[in-house]
Design a protein around this ligand. Structure first.
Ligand code: SAH
Length: 214
């Protein structure tokens, strides 16, 4: 791929080992991170740093999530090829690319127009084909194509949006960081029309999921 050198590939392999030492084991997730040129989702001034396990600014006061966070959330999501996945917070499009790499049919929503526009060009240019990128409010999900097998929220949610729960298939899963200052990674499994089982995992720090009022 143009702009992806052996130097970048070497750094990417090192990042994969870092993620393994931090406890990521899913081979498909590690393979996705080992294949996707993260530096091409960032401004070229971050070229040297793109494979550090860190979040970086992507404009519009937002950040690309730390690779460990992407790996952890994706591992919890348990995506299989062909699954319909809704992502809230396209941002740089990096997590979107991870989901595409796993063979998911991906819908992704972003509320910052600048980031939406950039991802709309960037993802196909890098060979990733999400089913649809949506400019809109992730709190409302994307009811047109619901229900989804999986929903992933990549911004800190002050609470679990009802509309997202409603758009989950039975036996579907949602991975969402819940909290204000810091967030608890929460995995929700819908076991019936009315029952949602909740599993609470470690603490993370995301930029906030913004609503109409902020
Ligand atoms: N997955 C992204 C993470 C970006 S940070 C990446 O890897 O780059 C979270 C993103 O969520 C930001 O781009 C932010 O603009 C977006 N966001 C915040 N509130 C939102 C909302 N209500 N609906 C959709 N996107 C939202």
């Amino acid at each position: 791929m143009k702009g992806d050198t052996t130097k970048h590939q070497g750094k990417r392999r090192q990042l994969v080992s870092v993620l393994e030492t931090k406890g990521i084991t899913d081979p498909a997730v590690l393979k996705a991170i080992g294949s996707i040129p993260r530096h091409l989702f960032l401004d070229s001034s971050f070229d040297e740093h793109a494979y550090q396990d860190k979040a970086f600014p992507i404009g519009a006061e937002q950040t690309i999530s730390q690779p460990y966070t992407v790996a952890f959330q994706t591992e919890q999501l348990q995506v299989k090829p062909g699954m319909h996945v809704l992502e809230i917070g396209t941002g740089s499009g990096y997590q979107t690319a991870v989901l595409c790499h796993l063979g998911a049919v991906v819908y992704s929503i972003e509320r910052q127009h600048e980031l939406f526009r950039t991802s709309l060009k960037r993802l196909p240019a890098l060979g990733y084909a999400p089913k649809k990128l949506i400019f809109g409010d992730g709190y409302k999900g994307f009811p047109e194509k619901a229900p989804y097998d999986r929903i992933i929220v990549t911004a800190g949610a002050p609470y679990i949006p009802e509309d997202l729960l409603a758009q989950l298939k039975i036996n579907g899963k949602m991975v969402i960081p819940v909290g204000d200052e810091s967030q608890k990674m929460t995995v929700i499994t819908r076991t019936s029309e009315t029952v949602f089982e909740k599993l609470i995992l470690g603490n993370f720090r995301f930029v906030p999921l913004l609503g109409d009022k902020n």
